[in-house]
Design a protein around this ligand. Structure first.
Ligand SMILES: [Zn+2]
Length: 417
């Protein structure tokens, strides 16, 4: 192969082309926000269809949940397919590469194959996943969920902030909006070799190590919880420090304890991302505090130990402070270790293009985490600039790194069979 010299530049131009579409209220400020089935989102889907058309895919379609699906058949149309892709929705005021890079890299590789009229012993199916970020609806990974048969029927009646149900949003976008149509797009794993995903790292590791590519060993397991501490509100002037039941200080101590506990492990992380004193005042001791806990680790047992220890210690802190502690788990996701065979294919592909093999785990969730439930998967990370910042407009990659990602993908194709 190796007709990929200018490919990085092209991928950067395609990213800019997709980034022209953003939602009202954000677009005016030059910010990128593309949430599920909004006009900007539908416009990006159209761009992806057009890019796939220009690249020479054999079949291009938009499925019942808005995924953009491009198929490039193998020598024999009946031969199994390599499934790949990533998401094209964004967080609010997000970056241009999160998700999209993993659609554009395989499009570039198929474009190269098709321009050489080259067919492989297997087909390539590229999916632009319509939804991964869980922004408009609380239905994170709904697009990959539809492919794996884990689309929750209750999601269809869920309302967005404007009171529009998901089914209505689908119908307004020209999709059927019915459960049966969604169930129809579930993939049969027997027809696929596996799933691979290219994604910007969204963290500082590759940038700090001055490495363009990283092979993912596992996607971290996670638990999210909403927590409440209940103490006693009182006068901030008259209540001696020794006689307080300050709900916010209990939450603060829990936050610091969670930090210490996570730091004691290799690869564990714990975050209190939201903390509030509902109805609080400058001169009132907080009687109630609500906060969130997000806890992740490379394996399920390590995650479980992290969560158990943090919850147990939170109870000890609250008992000492005479504060009640309420803990409600709202999300639990299993770790998705890379399939060893596919991971070593990525490693050989990276070595083949002259890059050092560097392995790391993924702290963020990805579409591959869902696909993991039905077929073998492995991911390749691409270095982000600006110390790897993501979910932020400062997210950036270089054209050279995009070229290396495409070359690694091309080399991966040679490793199959
Ligand atoms: Zn992403």
């Amino acid at each position: 192969m190796a007709v990929l010299q200018e490919v990085g530049q092209e991928i950067m131009q395609w990213s800019e082309r997709l980034a022209l579409h953003s939602e009202p209220g954000w677009a005016e400020k030059g910010q990128l926000t593309v949430t599920y089935l909004t006009p900007a989102h539908l416009a990006v889907a159209d761009e992806l269809k057009a890019l796939m058309g220009e690249a020479g895919f054999d079949e291009i379609s938009i499925d019942a949940v808005g995924n953009v699906v491009g198929i490039y058949f193998g020598e024999d149309r009946a031969s199994p397919m390599l499934l790949t892709g990533s998401h094209y929705d964004t967080v609010r005021n997000g970056g241009k590469y999160d998700g999209r890079l993993g659609i554009l890299v395989p499009i570039a590789v198929v474009k190269s194959l098709s321009s050489q009229k080259r067919r492989l012993p297997y087909g390539i199916e590229v999916v632009g996943f319509s939804e991964e970020e869980g922004q408009r609806f609380r239905a994170t990974f709904l697009a990959a969920g539809a492919l794996t048969g884990s689309f929750d029927p209750a999601w269809l009646s869920q309302l967005d902030a404007d009171g529009v149900s998901m089914a209505e949003a689908m119908q307004a976008a020209g999709l059927p909006g019915t459960l049966s149509a969604i169930q129809n797009i579930q993939r049969d794993p027997k027809k696929y070799l596996g799933f691979v995903e290219v994604h910007i790292e969204q963290g500082p590791v590759l940038c700090e190590k001055a490495l363009p590519l990283g092979v993912v060993t596992s996607i971290n397991a996670g638990v999210r919880a909403t927590c409440k501490t209940i103490g006693l509100a009182g006068h901030a002037g008259t209540t001696p420090m020794s006689m307080r039941q300050d709900a916010m200080l209990a939450a603060a101590e829990i936050s610091l304890m969670a930090e210490q506990r996570a730091r004691a492990d290799e690869g564990s992380v714990a975050t209190v991302g939201q903390i509030q004193v509902p109805g609080g005042s400058i001169n009132v001791i907080p009687g109630e505090c609500v906060f969130t806990l997000d806890m992740r680790a490379p394996t399920d047992p390590q995650r479980d130990a992290l969560v158990t220890d943090i919850v147990k210690e939170a109870e000890v802190i609250c008992a000492r402070r005479q504060v009640q502690f309420e803990y409600t788990e709202v999300m639990r996701a299993s770790a998705a270790p890379s399939n060893p065979e596919w991971q070593s294919r990525w490693e050989r592909a990276v070595a083949k293009i002259g890059q050092p093999i560097f392995k790391l785990n993924s702290g963020a969730g990805h579409d591959a985490m869902k696909m993991h439930t039905i077929m073998p998967q492995a991911m390749l990370f691409v270095r982000g600039g600006n110390r790897g910042i993501s979910h932020n407009p400062l997210e950036i990659i270089t054209a050279d790194d995009a070229t290396l990602a495409a070359k690694a993908f091309e080399a991966l194709l040679e490793e199959i069979n």
